[in-house]
Design a protein around this ligand. Structure first.
Ligand code: AMP
Ligand code: ZN
Length: 116
């Protein structure tokens, strides 16, 4: 369920330091090491799956949980009212660099341009 060679598994296990902003039995969130916005948090499940391509029906509730944790973090970090984005890069065309499912929570300033 975890991969000892995976960076985000190791952060979730407390084996690699990160600035944690949330942790519970299923989900860990921490500050991105190279922030792209004033608020840039990374939310990961404790269970290892490489990305949304590997999501299975039994794990689908985990995505709802991640979204709910993101909502709480957006409130706690002062961007719920001003606006925020939740993004999961999946695969090379999307620029995924860490192959453990994660969502970026971005907010805290107007975002240049529209992605979609
Ligand atoms: P992605 O490119 O969508 O796979 O996102 C991976 C994210 O992980 C990038 O935004 C990186 O800046 C971030 N990251 C990589 N290593 C660390 C780390 N040790 N602690 C926190 N964030 C990290
Ligand atoms: Zn992992």
């Amino acid at each position: 369920m975890t991969d000892p060679s995976c960076l985000f598994c190791r952060i979730a296990a407390g084996q690699i330091p990160a600035t944690l902003v949330h942790e519970d039995a299923e989900v860990v969130a921490f500050k991105d090491i190279a922030p792209q916005a004033p608020v840039h948090l990374v939310l990961v499940p404790r269970v290892h799956l490489a990305g949304l391509n590997d999501l299975t029906a039994d794990l689908a509730p985990l995505v709802g949980k991640l979204a709910l944790v993101a909502q709480g973090l957006a409130k706690a970090h002062g961007c719920a009212a001003t606006g925020w984005r939740l993004i999961s890069n999946c695969g090379p065309d999307a620029g995924q660099t860490v192959h453990h499912l994660h969502f970026h929570l971005l907010g805290g300033a107007p975002m240049a341009g529209r992605m979609v």
